[in-house]
Design a protein around this ligand. Structure first.
Ligand code: CDP
Ligand code: MG
Length: 727
C-alpha cells in the first residue's frame, strides 16, 4: 500500500510526515454506473376492496406521496432552509397527504403490512394518526423497535410533536431494558422488541394492547421473529374467545412482502411510494482490503470536489473503527494543504448516549460540511437530512453463533445486497446524490441478496427459555423462518447444563429455570446471580453482571490512551477484568456524591455509563429479592466470586496449550486474549471469558483467571467429559 496511508493504518496518531492529498493520483479508482438503483419491489395496483382473489398472494395498495423537498429546489441546488415549526414539519412529511387513506386501510384490516421509504414518517406519524382517530379505544398502541436508541429517541420526538406540555412518559412513553418511562396515561408506547416479548411472558394475549406495530420488520432480529409468532397467536386466540380484537401492523422500509404476507394469512400490503432522487453509483475498480483507509481517502476526494453543505454519510461497522476514522479525518482536515469547507464530524453507534446520537440531526452552519460516520443504525433506524454522498464500506458487524464451535461471536462481514441498496438510498432523500461503494461490481454481485435472519445464526438459549416460559417448545413454534435444528438442540443442551430444564426431551422448566425467566438477562448471567447465595457473593456478582449488561465505562481517547491506562492501573487485578471492574465500582461508590464527576474525569470513566451500571445493579437486586436470594458479600475473597462466575459461564473456558496458544475447551477452537484485557500478555493457564470478537483472530474479552480444580467442583456435569491439561 502507498506509504502515505500508513499514517492512517491502525488508528495511530498521524506522524509529522505530511499527508498530501493535493495533486497526487488518487489510489482508489471508481467506476461509475449511471442510473443505479435497486430492483423495484413488486407492486400491484389495487382496484377494489373485493379484489382479494387476485392472482398474487399479496394484494398491494400503492399510495403515491410527494417528497418533502424543503429547502431544496427541483434542480437539486440547496437553498437556505426555512425554519419550520414542528407541526409544519409533520405536515411536510411525505406520509401526511395520505393519512386518511392509510387510516381507512388500517381501520378495515386486522393485519396490514406497510412499506415506505425510510424517513417518510412511518414510525413517528402512524401511531399518532391511529391515536387521533381513537382506533386503539381502551387499549394502547405498542410500537416495537429493534434498537434501544430508536425507541428512546423516537418516543421523545413524538412526545414533543404531540405537544400540549406533555412529557415523555405521559401520553407517549417508552420501555427498554432497565428503563420504563410509561404511566397509566400512556397510549403510544415505543418499546424494544425484547421488552414486548418479556411482557408476553406475563400476559400471553398481550391484553394491554389493541394495536401492535412491529416496526423495522426487515431487520429480523431474533426477538422480532419470535414476536411475529407470539402476536399472531394472540390475535387468533383473542378472536376465538371473542375478546378485544388485536390489530397488527408490520412496517419496514424494505421487505420481502410476499414472504411476510403469506406468514400473516395473506394479509394486505400498502406501499407508500415516496419521491426519491437518482443516485450516481460508483464501484471501486480493484478490491481493497483496508476499507477504513479507503473510507478516509474517498472522503477527502469528495471533500475536495463537492460544494459546501453537501453532507457525507460513511457506513462502518463499530465504535472503535468509527472513532478511529473520525480521528483521522479530524487530524487530516486541519492540514493547511487540504482543500474543502470547514468540517463538522459526527459519529453514530449503538453504545452512544442518546443525546449524543440526537446531535447528528443538528444542521451545520452555511458554508460548512457535515460528515456522519455511522454503523448500520443510519441504514433504516434514523434519517439525517442533507446527505448527498454515501461512502459504503460494504461491511457490518453481526453477532452469530456457530454450533460447530459452540461460540457466539461478534463478527465483521460483508453486508447483503438489500443493505447495500438501503445505504445507497440514504443519499437520494432530498436531492440527487452519489454513492461510493468501496467494493467492486463483482464483489457486489457475490453478496447475498438479503441478510440471514438472526434466528438462523444466533445463540438461541435465551429465546428457547422465553418460549418455554410461554409454554411453547421451540421445535414446534410457528417461526417465519425456522432456526437450524442443531442450534435449537445446542440451546436445550445448554439450558439443561445450566439446570434450567429437567431434560432435553420434555424440556420442562425447573425451579431455577422459572427464576431465570424473571431476569432480563442471558440465562448464563441469571444463573450466576442465582448461584451467588451458595458462594456468599451476591453483592459482587450483581456488580459484575451489571457491568456486563451495560455499556463500557472505560474511556480510551486515542490521543490519551496511555494516560488513561496509567491512572486506571491501580484498579487492575491479576484475577482479570471482572475483578478490575469490581474495583472500579467499589472506589466509585466510596467517592462522595459531589466529587463523582471529577473522579470520573480523572480516571477516564464514562460517568453516565457507570451510573447506568449502578441503576442496573439495583434493578437486578430487586429481582433477586423477589426470588428470595439473601444478600451476601465475599469481601476480598475473589476465589468465591470467580467460582460463582464459572457456574454460568462454564462453557466459556479457554486453556493455554503447550504451544502457548489458547484453545476454548468447549470445541477446541483456537482463540487469543484481546489486547484490551488486563490479562493480555500474562498467559494464565485457564481463563473464563465473557465474549468473543472475531476480526483477524478470535479474541476473548472480559476475562477472569480460574483454577482447574474449581471447574469440576462448580460444573461437574459439564467438566467430567472435558480434558484439561494439568499445568
Ligand atoms: O419511520 P420512518 O423511517 O418512515 O420515519 P420517522 O422515523 O417517522 O421520521 C420521520 C421524520 O421525522 C424524519 O425524516 C426526520 O426528519 C424526523 N425526525 C426527527 O427530526 N427526529 C427524530 N428523533 C425522529 C424523526
Ligand atoms: Mg421508522
Amino acid at each position: 500500500m502507498d506509504s502515505k496511508y500508513n499514517v492512517m493504518g491502525n488508528g495511530n496518531k498521524p506522524s509529522t510526515s505530511k499527508f498530501h492529498l493535493k495533486n497526487k493520483p488518487f489510489p482508489i479508482i471508481f467506476n461509475l454506473k449511471k442510473n443505479g438503483g435497486p430492483p423495484s419491489p413488486k407492486k400491484i395496483k389495487l382496484n377494489d376492496e373485493n379484489d382479494s382473489k387476485s392472482k398474487s398472494s399479496t394484494v398491494t395498495t400503492v399510495l403515491h406521496m410527494n417528497g418533502s423537498s424543503n429547502g431544496t429546489k427541483a434542480n437539486g441546488i440547496k437553498t437556505t432552509k426555512p425554519k419550520l415549526s414542528i407541526q409544519d414539519q409533520r405536515r411536510s412529511l411525505p406520509i401526511f397527504a395520505n393519512r386518511n387513506k392509510l387510516l381507512g386501510l388500517i381501520k378495515s384490516h386486522e393485519t396490514l403490512i406497510i412499506v415506505g421509504e425510510t424517513g417518510c414518517g412511518k414510525t413517528t406519524q402512524i401511531p399518532q394518526y391511529i391515536h387521533s382517530a381513537r382506533l386503539e379505544e381502551s387499549g394502547c398502541i405498542g410500537i416495537t423497535q429493534p434498537r434501544r436508541v430508536a425507541a428512546i429517541s423516537i418516543a421523545k420526538r413524538v412526545a414533543q410533536e404531540h405537544g400540549g406540555g406533555m412529557d415523555v412518559g405521559d401520553l407517549v412513553g417508552y420501555t427498554v431494558r432497565f428503563e420504563d418511562v410509561t404511566s397509566k396515561k400512556t397510549k403510544i408506547k415505543y418499546l424494544t422488541d425484547g421488552m414486548l416479548l418479556r411482557e408476553a411472558m406475563f400476559d400471553k394475549l398481550l391484553m394491554n394492547y389493541t394495536v401492535i406495530i412491529l416496526d423495522e420488520a426487515h431487520e429480523r432480529t431474533i426477538h422480532t421473529d419470535v414476536l411475529f409468532g407470539v402476536v399472531k397467536n394472540a390475535q387468533k386466540k383473542r378472536k376465538e374467545r371473542n375478546i378485544a380484537p388485536l390489530k397488527i401492523l408490520i412496517m419496514s422500509a424494505t421487505m420481502d412482502v410476499d414472504h411476510f404476507s403469506s406468514y400473516f394469512n395473506n394479509c394486505r400490503a400498502v406501499y407508500l411510494e415516496g419521491r426519491t432522487y437518482p443516485v450516481n453509483m460508483y464501484y471501486t475498480i480493484k478490491p481493497h482490503d483496508d476499507y477504513q483507509t479507503a473510507c478516509v481517502s474517498t472522503f477527502f476526494k469528495i471533500h475536495r470536489e463537492a460544494p459546501p453543505n453537501y453532507d457525507v454519510l460513511i457506513f462502518l461497522t463499530g465504535q472503535e473503527e468509527i472513532e478511529a476514522v473520525a480521528h483521522q479525518i479530524r487530524i487530516l482536515s486541519k492540514d493547511p494543504e487540504v482543500e474543502g469547507p470547514p468540517l463538522k464530524i459526527f459519529t453514530l453507534f449503538g453504545a452512544q448516549p442518546s443525546t449524543m446520537q440526537l446531535s447528528v440531526f443538528q444542521p451545520v452552519p452555511e458554508g460548512h460540511r457535515k460528515v456522519v460516520i455511522s454503523t448500520n443504525i443510519a441504514e433504516t433506524s434514523v434519517t439525517i437530512s442533507g446527505i448527498r454522498y454515501i461512502i459504503d464500506s460494504g461491511m457490518v458487524k453481526v453477532r452469530s453463533f456457530h454450533p460447530a464451535t459452540g461460540l457466539e461471536m461478534l463478527k465483521i462481514q460483508r453486508i447483503s445486497q438489500e443493505q447495500a441498496w438501503q445505504r445507497t438510498g440514504r443519499a437520494g432523500r432530498d436531492s440527487e446524490g452519489c454513492c461510493y461503494r468501496l467494493y467492486t461490481r463483482s464483489q457486489f454481485e457475490l453478496m447475498s441478496k438479503s441478510s440471514t435472519p438472526e434466528i438462523q445464526r444466533a445463540n438461541l438459549n435465551s429465546v428457547v427459555l422465553q418460549l418455554l416460559a410461554l409454554g411453547i417448545q421451540a421445535q414446534y413454534f410457528d417461526f417465519m423462518s425456522k432456526p437450524p435444528p442443531d442450534a435449537v438442540a445446542a440451546a436445550l443442551e445448554q439450558l439443561k447444563l445450566l439446570g434450567a430444564i429437567e431434560d432435553t426431551e420434555n424440556s420442562k422448566l425447573t425451579e431455577i429455570g422459572r427464576k431465570m425467566t424473571k431476569f432480563p438477562l442471558d440465562p448464563r448471567f441469571s444463573k450466576i446471580l442465582l448461584t451467588a447465595q451458595q458462594y456468599g457473593c451476591l453483592e459482587e456478582a450483581l456488580i459484575v453482571v451489571a457491568f456486563l449488561s451495560g455499556e463500557s465505562v472505560l474511556l480510551n481517547p486515542s490521543s490519551r490512551k496511555e494516560q488513561a491506562q496509567i491512572v486506571r492501573q491501580k484498579f487492575c487485578s491479576g484475577y482479570g477484568d471482572h475483578v478490575t471492574l469490581l474495583n472500579i465500582y467499589r472506589e466509585f461508590s466510596n467517592v462522595g456524591q459531589s466529587n463523582k464527576r471529577a473522579w470520573c474525569h480523572e480516571h477516564f470513566i464514562n460517568m453516565r455509563n457507570i451510573l447506568n451500571v449502578r441503576e442496573i445493579r439495583s434493578q437486578l437486586e430487586e429481582i433477586c429479592k423477589s426470588c428470595d436470594i439473601p444478600s451476601s458479600s465475599c469481601g476480598s475473597q475473589m476465589d468465591l466470586l470467580r467460582k460463582c462466575l464459572i457456574s454460568g459461564l462454564f462453557m466459556n473456558v479457554a486453556e493455554l496449550n503447550r504451544d502457548r496458544q489458547y484453545v476454548a475447551l468447549h470445541k477446541r477452537q483456537a482463540v487469543c486474549i484481546h489486547p484490551s484485557s488486563v490479562l493480555h500478555g500474562q498467559q494464565p493457564h485457564l481463563v473464563l471469558f465473557t465474549e468473543v470478537v472475531q476480526t483477524s483472530k478470535c479474541y476473548l474479552r472480559n476475562l477472569s483467571t480460574v483454577e482447574a480444580e474449581w471447574l469440576l467442583e462448580v460444573a461437574p456435569d459439564y467438566f467430567k467429559h472435558v480434558n484439561i491439561r494439568t499445568k
